[in-house]
Design a protein around this ligand. Structure first.
Ligand code: 5GP
Ligand code: ZN
Length: 110
């Protein structure tokens, strides 16, 4: 728990969020400023500031969570996009690791 971190506070239920999935290690909630009809933030409950600072074993745990959530929301077949912004130059604003999960409209390719 990092005292000034909003996502730690959401994980600790000290700040509200629209939570759509939770287990012992992870929490998934709606982005407050969505970029797609479905825009979720998939977070470990443990605080890691960036992707590069995250222990590698956390990532398969988040992959399992995404698999479950995608099935729950029935976007496992239709498709979705995942984004991790790493560091300020990568567009990261909240320094608690999160994977953006976007779906619900046809997303263009790069
Ligand atoms: P980043 O740019 O760090 O990858 O993305 C941070 C995301 O968190 C942004 O899409 C932003 O809209 C979202 N966000 C920022 N503050 C809050 C908050 O207090 N609650 C929720 N649900 N989302 C937030
Ligand atoms: Zn945090």
């Amino acid at each position: 728990m990092s005292p000034d971190c909003i996502f730690c506070k959401i994980a600790g239920r000290q700040e509200p969020a629209d939570i759509i999935y939770e287990d012992e290690e992870a929490i998934v909630f709606k982005d407050i400023n969505p970029s797609a009809p479905i825009h979720l933030l998939v977070c470990p409950k443990e605080h890691y500031s960036t992707f590069l600072k995250t222990p590698p074993e956390v990532l398969p745990m988040l992959q399992d969570v995404i698999r479950k959530v995608a099935k729950q929301l029935e976007i496992d077949e239709s498709g979705f996009r995942m984004i991790i912004n790493n560091g300020r130059g990568g567009g990261q604003i909240i320094f608690h690791l999160h994977i953006h999960l976007l779906a619900g409209k046809r997303l263009g390719g790069f």
